[in-house]
Design a protein around this ligand. Structure first.
Ligand SMILES: Nc1nc2c(ncn2[C@@H]2O[C@H](COP(=O)(O)OP(=O)(O)OP(=O)(O)O)[C@@H](O)[C@H]2O)c(=O)[nH]1
Ligand SMILES: [Mg+2]
Length: 342
């Protein structure tokens, strides 16, 4: 008998990493997908879906789908959610078939138009009927856009309400929070936001795709979300010597202020170099506990990547957002209080 292990065991073929897609819905969503592709997320499928043929043709995205050819003749929806929903019903099977083998699907849209606002809740719901984990990502319009057009505000509020009702992981990036970059050209401002989104998507994908010492995979994420209610994702990086600052940075650098219920929950993943110790992990978890007001559940994982050297990255899925927390952020008036305030 040879001492050599068999080259490939039968079960080894199960060791594929989860397949991930980023799907842009409507103009803003498709442009964001194009930026994410430009910034690079290895192995992720990129798809753009729109009702506007000219916009779709401009997108340098691997897979493009024109919706509602018959009803809209490629001219966009002009803000009409109802017509987009009818077209989506007809295209549902085809889109799900195309995304069928993906296990984690980010769906991106700017709210306020007809296409993205209608398709985001529609496909988030449709994907829930499959094995995939759908993560809706919304860009909230600038306050001036909402104030100038009550139809647009209603459109946005309706979509937000549907997404909040669905629960699960929801990423909300409010354009209003980009005002600190207001001297930049507008397209650059959107690129800054998309770079931030890229760091969120890349850190979540990395967390579930690569095995860790204390592992968090897609199954643990799904389990966590089943209990956690409406949740969001935060990420941050900091020097290993200051774990408290790392937590502060991750929780403060979001583009929306979320308000938490009394008993939130968190799934925390820490990834750092070979000097990442249990003491550092402890300090991060203790600070997380304080900042979140003693969460009901705190699940954690860690991974050592020698190339990370002195930088530690924190990725956290924070659950237990107050119902209507996003809806409240749409109210007119100055930006509200501290991030993650109770
Ligand atoms: N073009 C663009 N618009 C953005 C971006 N981020 C947010 N928006 C806003 O996204 C909202 C929706 O616009 P679109 O994406 O063009 O709308 P749509 O989903 O294509 O819907 P229709 O054009 O009405 O069919 C608007 O309020 C924009 O101001 C972005 O990166 N690019
Ligand atoms: Mg459009």
């Amino acid at each position: 008998m040879s001492g050599e292990p068999r080259a490939v065991e039968g079960w080894a073929s199960l060791a594929t990493t989860p397949s991930v897609a980023v799907v842009g819905l409507g103009g803003a969503g498709s442009e964001a997908v194009q930026d994410l592709v430009g910034l690079g997320i290895p192995g992720v499928r990129a798809v753009a879906i729109n009702t506007d043929v000219k916009h779709l043709l401009k997108m340098g995205v691997e897979e493009r789908i024109l919706l509602g050819q018959r009803e809209l003749r490629g001219r966009g929806s002009g803000g009409d959610r109802a017509v987009v929903l009818r077209a989506a019903e007809d295209a549902k099977e085809e889109v799900l078939r195309r995304l069928g083998r993906c296990e984690l699907v980010f769906l991106l849209a700017g709210l306020g138009g007809g296409t993205g606002s209608a398709l985001l809740p529609f496909f988030s719901q449709a994907l829930r009927e499959t094995e995939a984990l759908a993560v809706p990502v919304v860009f909230l319009p600038f306050q001036v856009e909402l104030d100038a057009n009550s139809g647009r505000r209603e459109n946005v509020e309706a979509t937000v309400a549907e997404l909040e009702e669905m629960g699960g992981l929801l990423l909300v990036l409010a354009n209003e929070k980009l005002r600190r970059f207001e001297s930049l050209p507008i397209h650059r401002v959107f690129q800054v936001r998309n770079a931030y989104l890229h760091s969120l998507v890349a850190s979540l994908v990395d967390m579930i795709e690569n095995p860790s010492q204390l592992n968090v995979d897609l199954a643990s994420l799904k389990n966590h979300l089943r209990e956690a209610g409406l949740s969001t994702l935060v990420t941050g990086e900091y020097h290993i010597s200051e774990p408290e600052r790392l937590v502060h940075q991750a929780l403060s650098d979001t583009l929306l202020d979320f308000h938490l219920t009394e008993r939130p929950s968190a799934l925390v993943h820490l990834d750092g170099g070979s000097n990442l110790t249990l003491r550092t992990l402890d300090r991060v978890l203790r600070t997380m506990r304080q900042r979140l007001g003693d969460p009901e559940r705190l699940v954690f994982g860690t991974r050592v990547r020698p190339e990370a050297r002195d930088v530690v990255r924190l990725t956290a899925v924070v659950g237990g957002l107050k119902p209507r927390t996003v809806h409240d952020a749409l109210k007119p008036g100055p930006p509200r209080g501290p991030l993650f305030a109770h």
